[in-house]
Design a protein around this ligand. Sequence first.
Ligand SMILES: C[S@@+](CC[C@H](N)C(=O)[O-])C[C@H]1O[C@@H](n2cnc3c(N)ncnc32)[C@H](O)[C@@H]1O
Length: 170
Amino acid sequence: MPGGTTFLLRDWYENQLPDGHVDVVQSVESLEHMPDLPRFFSEAFRLLRPGGVLTMSDIPTRRLPRGPREIVAALTQLRVWGLGVNAAATEGEIIALALDAGFVDVRTELVGRRTIAPALRFARDRLDRTRGEVPRTYDLAVRFLLAQVDVIWQHGMIDYLLLRATKPAG
Ligand SMILES: C[S@@+](CC[C@H](N)C(=O)[O-])C[C@H]1O[C@@H](n2cnc3c(N)ncnc32)[C@H](O)[C@@H]1O
């Protein structure tokens, strides 16, 4: 809708919107769930009007797990969050995908220290405050899952990426 906002609850790959329909594509922590990363970017490019902007946040992989402790932590995350193995991508790979799709002025920033670290602290504090108020099995399961995220974060396997890219105006 020109000049307005369109809300759709639909598969990204089946959105059926016309070319150049939107000014902005904003993707919040969704790329890591997408089965086809090149198509994620080509679809964003197609939907944007010339000069339109893609902004997104994502959890890029910085390196693959090494050793049993890291492998368990990584597999737990894949299983719990339903992340696709194919969707694992480094910051450099994500930038390359955006450029390959035709985007220009691709800017990124890694902000895990300002996002992942405080989120983990918040979740742990909250668990401590509600100790005794929730079933013990629930408390233990969540603490176990948090410990796995902590491993992949503290070991430098993931980060938090902000990306902004533009569809050329001409
Ligand atoms: C971790 S959640 C992101 C959180 C959410 N964006 C928010 O701001 O609260 C992952 C999101 O990716 C979306 N997603 C995954 N695959 C998708 C697809 N093929 N099409 C559209 N959305 C998808 C899910 O619906 C889910 O909302």
